[in-house]
Structure formats: C-alpha cells, structure tokens
Design a protein around this ligand. Structure first.
Ligand code: MG
Length: 173
C-alpha cells in the first residue's frame, strides 16, 4: 500500500508570509477568495503556483494524496482547480485549533489517527520537533516523515525531492 501524503495548504502551497511583499513571488499568482466563513471584509488573498500541482501529481505514483488543511473539503473547490489537481480526500478534523497533547500542533493527534497505522509523509508550516517526538512515541510504529515548510517560501524543489526519496527508500512495503 502506498504511504499517505498529507498536504497542508496555508504555508506549503500558499506561502502566506510572502503576501505582504510588494512583488508576487516568481511562479505564483495572487487569487482573491471567499471560502465559507470569509464573508465580511476584503476577500482572502491566496498565492498559488501551478507547478506545485504538477509536482504533487508526479508524486501520486508514490503516495496517496490527502488534504490536511483547515480548508477541508473546500480545498477541492478553491485550491485544487488552480493547481490542476483532481478532487482529493481530506481530513475532516473533529476539532480545529483546539487542545493538543504535550505542546504539539493541534492537527498532529488527528493526523496520526487518520493515518491509522499507514506510513505517511506530512507537509505543514507548523510542524515542530515536539510533533516529531510525539508521533514517534504515540504513533503506531509506522514510518513517518514530517516536513516543516517555511510559510515565506512554500514548497520547493528540495522538498519534492525529499518526498520522492523517502517514498523510494521505504521500498514498496
Ligand atoms: Mg499551515
């Protein structure tokens, strides 16, 4: 069975920390969006680079792609089409921004739960050493790769290379 690739949007695909710069980062397009709940005030600016979609599709031979984002199912409506991605399964968080054990990020406990013993790679800008430690102790023993992505930069070539190499290094088991 292929490992899961759990994909956060804000940070890895939308380098939101670069939004304040005068110039849109190379390769990116600035979109204005109104997802559910974003009704008041100005629309939400989102930076997206279609090359990310190509890179993710290239990884789909090695991984099962899953959205792991607060956009939840709306990722398939607002984000995926701009990247040329088909609708993907998503983690339906039981609770968002809620309590988390041992100083971990709130998503971490649910990521482990969702993976349910399957090996997984996870890209997110909020991963820290605490999450790696917690997954090591409380995971099911399945292998995992937690990649912290700089939200000023987003996913880049070395990240995709690291994801491909990790999946290949695991063999086909
Ligand atoms: Mg994020």
């Amino acid at each position: 069975m292929k490992p899961l690739l759990l994909i956060d949007i804000d940070g890895p695909l939308n380098p939101y920390a670069a939004l304040s710069r005068r110039r849109t980062p190379e390769g990116y397009t600035r979109h204005l969006m109104r997802p559910t709940g974003w009704t008041a005030g100005p629309a939400l600016p989102v930076l997206l680079d279609p090359r990310h979609g190509e890179e993710l599709l290239a990884l789909a031979g090695r991984y099962e792609l899953i959205w792991a984002t607060t956009w939840k199912d709306e990722a398939n409506e607002w984000i995926g089409p701009h990247l040329g991605l088909p609708p993907l399964p998503y983690i339906d968080w039981p609770d968002m921004h809620g309590a988390a054990p041992a100083g971990t990020y709130w998503k971490t406990q649910y990521v482990v739960e969702y993976a349910a013993g399957r090996p997984f790679a996870w890209v997110d800008d909020e991963i820290t050493e605490r999450d790696r430690a917690w997954v090591g102790e409380h995971g099911t023993g399945a292998e995992s790769l937690l990649l912290q992505i700089d939200p000023r930069v987003g996913l880049e070539r070395p990240d995709f290379d690291a994801l491909a190499a990790w999946a290949d290094g695991r063999g086909s088991g």
